[in-house]
Write a protein that binds this ligand. Structure first.
Ligand code: SAH
Ligand code: SF4
Length: 375
């Protein structure tokens, strides 16, 4: 896995300085990076905080708009830094108001980000990788061959560009449109831990993008060795893609299970830092007709999760071209939910959103492989 390439240092003059240094991309820089930049420019430290608020708190898209900064500092920033977001390659609105953006990064790679508004909240589903190295058999993203990690800037950039498109920077914080974030788009976030951590810490900063950790959920297919660090160092809510109650079936659906089987995964959940009854782990369970949706499976799910502060989320399977599964019948889903509920676990069925624009869970897959081949 690649990790973020650090931005080149600002050329502050002196031997070897070039007039045309590569601009430093501010989106994705954390507070330490901001302080280092301000030091390099010979400015006082409090300027770093002012710059932070302009960039992440107000979403400024030009240095000239940063009126509390001296003109000389704005000119210096214009010469050495940029505020670039990913480009919008496509923007689709579903008939159910779900919106999906296809974002393009400077190297031409593409990811998808989905905005799902409901009465109570607006959830942004963000990607952590281009494609995914895992090959869950029911997931379209897993069929995409080309994979790379997103940088912290590319992760934060999805939120910034979504806020730009929704026109929400000017809105008072209580009227925000993006209130919640789920790392449930393309990719396995715990395979890109450093960049996801850096990005989420920027996003959680109360003087900037200010999305609280209680409103952020990271979904993993079960990267057991990284789960404790996720709780300790990021502190967000955890969702685990379980999908099966027996190892033989989970090996097939989520091949990572061969490395980290169900018992180990559940041990890591029991030990997840900060988990308690008010802060439960969500177990995602995709409903596949005739595969994992029997009454016996539901009873076994209840048994397995006993003693873990847990809730479940039943996800009707979203089809994609060539998918080898069908969605469970509404009756089977209702019966499954009833048994899980009766076992004391909340078991809401996730309403599919944005199916008409290919924005629902598991439907995300960019055409970056094909596009690259055409070049
Ligand atoms: N890689 C992470 C996060 C992204 S997937 C993970 O696997 O958890 C987000 C959720 O969508 C996961 O629970 C995943 O199992 C589910 N999913 C994938 N394909 C799906 C499909 N075709 N229909 C419904 N849910 C799907
Ligand atoms: Fe990757 Fe998650 Fe899809 Fe599995 S379900 S292939 S881990 S994105």
């Amino acid at each position: 896995m690649t990790s973020e390439v650090s931005a080149p240092a600002v050329q502050a003059g002196g031997p070897g300085a070039t007039a045309a240094a590569v601009p430093r991309r501010l989106i994705g820089m954390d507070r330490d990076d901001f302080a280092a930049l301000i030091d390099d420019l010979g400015e006082k430290r409090f300027r770093a905080n002012q710059l932070w608020q302009w960039v992440y708190g107000r979403g400024a898209t030009s240095f000239d708009a940063m009126t509390t900064l001296a003109k000389s500092l704005r000119a210096a920033l214009n010469g050495c830094a940029d505020l670039a977001r990913p480009a919008v390659a496509d923007d689709r609105l579903s008939e159910d108001t779900t919106r999906k953006w296809l974002f393009r990064f400077p190297d031409g790679e593409l990811v998808e980000t989905v905005y799902i508004p409901t009465e109570e909240r607006g959830t942004l589903c963000m990607s952590s990788q281009v494609g995914c190295t895992l090959t869950c058999s029911f997931c379209h993203t897993g069929t995409q061959r080309l994979v790379r990690n997103l940088t912290a800037g590319e992760i934060v950039g999805q939120l910034m560009a979504s806020r730009d498109a929704l026109g929400e920077w000017a809105l008072p914080s209580q009227d925000r449109l993006v209130t919640n974030i789920v790392m449930m788009g393309m990719g396995e976030p715990l395979f890109n831990f450093d960049n996801v951590k850096k990005a989420l810490r920027i996003i959680m900063d109360p003087e900037g993008l200010a999305v609280s950790k209680r409103r952020i959920t990271l979904s993993t297919s079960g990267v057991v060795p990284m789960m404790a660090r996720c709780g300790e160092e990021i502190g967000v809510n955890l969702a685990v893609s379980l999908h099966a109650v027996r190892d033989d079936l989970r090996d097939e659906l989520v091949p990572l299970n061969r490395k980290y089987p169900i018992a180990e995964l559940l041990d890591a959940c029991r030990a997840y830092p900060g988990v308690h009854n008010a802060r439960r782990i969500t177990f995602e369970y995709v409903m596949l007709r005739g595969i994992n949706d029997s009454e016996a499976d539901a009873r076994e799910l209840v048994r397995l999760l006993r003693g873990i502060p847990a809730k479940t989320n039943l996800i009707p399977f979203n089809p994609w071209p060539g998918a080898p599964y069908e969605c469970s019948t509404p009756e089977a889903i209702a019966r499954f939910a009833e048994i899980v509920n009766a076992g004391g676990l909340s078991a809401p069925v996730r309403a599919p959103r944005g199916r008409d624009i290919g924005a629902a869970c598991g439907q995300l897959r960019t055409a970056s492989v094909r596009k690259r081949k055409k070049l």
